[in-house]
Design a protein around this ligand. Structure first.
Ligand SMILES: CC(C)(COP(=O)(O)OP(=O)(O)OC[C@H]1O[C@@H](n2cnc3c(N)ncnc32)[C@H](O)[C@@H]1OP(=O)(O)O)[C@@H](O)C(=O)NCCC(=O)NCCS
Length: 142
């Protein structure tokens, strides 16, 4: 298994994984053109895990110049509990840190216990002092 930076050529395979692992978290922001822009703005930070030429895990990573953010961490069900998620997150955070960013945030649904167990195991600290407020810039529905 190798971990390498994600490119836009990986999009179809990665999107197929998201369909299995992250469907409710997907939005227009995950369409090909938006992801191409994201990868360009955060060059080399998003990662894929590849086994026998097949992408089995993926993570989007980037920063806004102040804080790092990780999105859509995903490993195919049949490859889980082999530390692939950890290796993806380690690489993503190393890239964010290399740009001089001290802290990385993730969003996790309250009822996603697997996700929470994973991030806790990795060393993330769950915050109880913050709510996420979101605003649709086009004033439509979220
Ligand atoms: C979360 C996810 C990426 C973890 O990937 P993974 O490769 O299985 O994780 P790792 O093998 O690196 O880490 C395993 C550790 O994380 C925790 N963990 C992972 N899955 C767990 C589960 N189902 N139940 C309890 N703990 C779990 C445990 O501490 C585990 O250590 P252990 O195997 O020694 O008990 C994967 O389960 C997934 O794709 N889930 C669906 C998408 C998702 O929820 N993503 C997170 C969004 S916030």
């Amino acid at each position: 298994m190798i971990i390498r930076p994600m490119t836009i050529d990986d999009y179809d395979e990665v999107f197929a994984i998201w369909q299995i692992t992250s469907k409710r978290a997907l939005s227009k922001a995950d369409e090909r053109d938006q992801i191409a822009r994201y990868l360009q703005r955060n060059a080399g930070m998003s990662q894929v895990a590849v086994t026998d030429g097949i992408i089995v895990g993926t993570v989007l990573a980037g920063h806004d110049g102040r804080r790092g953010f990780i999105h859509h961490m995903a490993v195919l069900p049949q490859y889980r509990r082999r530390r692939i998620g950890h290796k993806l997150a380690e690489r993503a955070i190393a890239c964010i840190a290399a740009d001089g960013i001290d802290k990385t945030h993730i969003f996790c649904y309250q009822n996603n216990e697997t996700g929470q167990d994973f991030w806790r195991d990795f060393g993330f600290e769950k915050r109880d002092d913050v709510y996420v407020f979101s605003y649709n810039n086009k004033r439509g529905t979220l």
